[in-house]
Design a binder for this molecule. Structure first.
Ligand SMILES: Nc1nc2c(ncn2[C@@H]2O[C@H](COP(=O)(O)OP(=O)(O)OP(=O)(O)O)[C@@H](O)[C@H]2O)c(=O)[nH]1
Ligand SMILES: [Mg+2]
Length: 407
């Protein structure tokens, strides 16, 4: 039988409490430093699930001198031991918290180091600029003359372009995390709630043949490959609503203002004027949706015709929503590394600000090189704090506070 000291060999074992009673039949795996998640020696116990076994095992371990991990403690140790950088650590939390397949995929990409590599490259470019300037600082009287101002300006522009592009990816990160807001709107009784239910795949909104059924906004998230869609069913818009309906219409208007896409639901030519009304309430892309396509009616214009009853046109509608979302600026490459947190945006904005200051100072040719270089140093510092190359305790606290489990 293999001994428990053999590295990375899973071995069945009994967990025994201090009184000698067996509390579980488990599997133990020993990881020797540095080949473990945290980079330290680690023993992993795989125990039975359920309400009792894990608690008994934990109590036994605590009685033997162990303590429970703080939120994010394992990952924090992994960062401190250089196994993961800070961006990857955040991605661990995002993998755990992901509420859609798109968010999960994005988190895995970040965990794989996509964003870290891009930022490390950028840091390297700034370092090269600093080196160019250092040459000027060390040998100001060199025969070759001063370093080429064009060369520095071009390298600065390159760094700033990449920083700006990264900043613009924040929109994608936000969409993947929160979902794209898609609002169903239109006159009463056109079948908005029925369409909402059909898209969500369950009966969430009340449907009746009485116009004015929906009074409040009802939300549901649907998991789609590119972005989750935050679908909102709203009260039918009409001229003389009763007081409760009026409140519902006001809520609808607030959603319309924030929407990424509006589905203007229509049943015929008579409803077409609603699209113009909607256009006054929103800057979102409007998709006209002809509803109740299963009923025989006079033909009318719409981007897509659907039937909540038979399911006709639903996949075409979803494809159209995604195509329209893809047309929005900055959303064309959702598979590239993206900024996913406010912390990322703030640090990149700081770097951009310092690069601006550097460019302005560099343009004034009689400023001493060390003064000018201090802005590059600060820009690089922002990226280092973002990646976690320099570890600021407060930053680590903020990142790991968001973990809800020991992991
Ligand atoms: N034949 C047919 N009837 C539908 C379809 N969709 C909805 N209906 C019917 O149309 C009526 C109104 O549907 P709702 O989904 O409540 O319409 P709504 O737009 O949400 O109405 P309000 O909430 O009052 O604004 C109900 O009687 C539905 O059964 C459809 O695709 N085909
Ligand atoms: Mg309704």
């Amino acid at each position: 039988m293999p001994s428990l000291t053999q590295i990375r060999l899973a071995r069945r074992c009994r967990v025994v409490d201090p009184a000698g009673a067996t509390v579980d039949d488990a599997v133990a795996t020993l990881y020797a430093a540095p080949h473990s998640y945290t980079g330290e020696d680690m023993l992993e116990l795989t125990v039975h699930g359920g309400a009792v076994a894990p608690i008994l095992v934990l109590d036994t371990l605590v009685a033997a001198g162990a303590r429970q991990a703080e939120p994010g403690e394992f990952t924090r140790r992994a960062v401190l031991n250089g196994k993961l950088d800070l961006l990857q650590a955040e991605a661990v939390a995002d993998v755990i918290d992901a509420r859609s397949s798109a968010a999960h995929r994005q988190a895995l990409r970040q965990l794989g180091g996509g964003l870290s590599r891009q930022l490390t490259d950028l840091r390297g470019q700034i370092l090269q600029l600093e080196a160019l300037l250092a040459y000027d600082i060390d040998f100001p009287e060199e025969d070759d003359g001063p370093i080429s101002r064009e060369r520095v300006a071009a390298a600065t522009d390159e760094v700033m372009t990449t920083l700006q592009r990264l900043l613009s990816t924040g929109r994608i990160g936000e969409l993947v995390h929160d979902g794209a807001l898609v609002v169903l709107a239109g006159p009463p009784n056109v079948g908005k709630s029925s369409l909402f239910n059909a898209l969500v795949g369950e009966s969430r909104a009340i449907v009746t043949e009485t116009p004015g059924t929906t009074r409040d906004a009802i939300e549901a998230v649907i998991d789609r490959p590119t972005f989750p869609l935050r679908l909102v069913d709203t009260a039918g818009l009409r001229q003389d609503p009763d007081p409760i309906e009026r409140l519902g219409i006001e809520t609808a208007t607030r959603y319309l203002e924030r929407a990424a896409i509006v589905l203007a639901c229509l049943t015929g030519v008579a409803d077409e004027c609603v699209t113009a009304t909607l256009r006054d309430c929103t800057d979102a892309a409007i998709i006209t949706v002809g509803t109740k396509a299963d009923l025989a009616r006079a033909a009318f214009d719409a981007d897509v015709h659907v039937s909540a009853l038979t399911g006709t046109g639903l996949s075409e509608l979803l494809a159209l929503i995604e195509a329209r979302l893809g047309e929005r600026p900055g959303l064309s490459a959702p598979d590239a590394p993206v900024l996913t947190r406010t912390r990322h945006r703030v640090m990149i904005e700081q770097a951009v600000e310092e690069m601006h200051r550097f460019r302005a100072a560099w343009a004034v040719s009689d400023l001493p090189a060390p003064v000018v270089a201090s802005h590059l140093h600060a820009a690089r510092g922002s990226l280092e704090e973002l990646i976690g190359t320099v570890q600021v305790d407060d930053v680590l606290d903020v990142v790991f506070r968001s973990f809800c489990v020991g992991k």
